[in-house]
Design a binder for this molecule. Structure first.
Ligand code: SIN
Ligand code: FE2
Length: 222
């Protein structure tokens, strides 16, 4: 009964689950495109390989990352920021595949945020035991655009919290093809990913891969 209040099925029989005002899970939204997404990720990673970045506190992150699009998210001793060049190669981040940008735009629109034009796509690779502590996505210039997050490969538990770190979190199981969107009043909510459990997922080499789309630069910038 409670489920009936918060879930509904769209025309493709995909369940939409509202987490809070401005945040929802589009279960299976990317399911029909996962092969194309994984092939495109392979091409991006050939040009900008996964690397485990240092936190400003000089800890090595357990999640390996890369980026595509005009801006890429970075962490090092100087802090967190976006930059147009991959520091490992000195080259611009690989172009964002058209398939990525279109999926992100459609998912944002389905979640009530039309006109999303991401300029950054962070690609996270979680191996067994990798986790992402609770954090806010707040390195972007403007918080008017939502965050669109696409899950591929092994399942994971996404933690979705409040606007303060110590508020309670909801445990959200995510599987291959799920998309989470948060924006508007939920844009600065804390979130994280619990340590990845062991499993078999031949298509992703027994990893979980997450694509996070952001509008990182100024709203009118390209
Ligand atoms: C992130 O917060 O950057 C990634 C979230 C996820 O992997 O689901
Ligand atoms: Fe995040």
């Amino acid at each position: 009964m409670i489920d009936d209040l918060f879930c509904d099925l769209d025309s493709k029989d995909q369940r939409r689950e509202v987490l809070t005002d401005g945040a929802l899970i589009l279960h299976g939204f990317a399911r029909g495109e996962t092969a194309g997404l994984l092939a495109a990720i392979g091409e991006v990673i050939a040009a900008a390989p996964f690397r485990r970045m240092l936190t400003p506190g000089r800890l090595r992150m357990s999640v390996a990352m890369s980026n595509c699009g005009p801006l890429g998210w970075l962490s090092d001793r100087q802090g967190y920021r976006y930059a147009p060049l991959d520091p490992d190669s000195g080259q611009p981040w690989p172009m964002m595949p058209e398939l990525f940008a279109q999926l992100a735009e459609r998912a944002a629109a389905a979640a009530g945020f039309p006109g999303f034009a991401p300029d950054a796509c962070l690609i996270n690779r979680y191996e067994v035991g990798s986790k992402l502590s609770l954090h806010q996505d707040k390195d972007e210039t403007d918080f008017g655009a939502p965050i669109v997050s696409v899950s591929l490969g092994l399942p994971a538990v996404f933690l979705f919290g409040g606007l303060k770190r110590n508020e309670p979190t909801t445990r959200v199981p995510l599987v291959h093809g799920d998309v989470v969107v948060w924006g508007g009043p939920a844009r600065l909510r804390y979130h994280g990913v619990q340590a990845l459990k062991d499993g078999r997922w031949p298509e992703t080499g027994n990893c979980r891969i997450n694509l996070t789309f952001r509008k990182a630069g100024p709203p009118d910038g390209r």
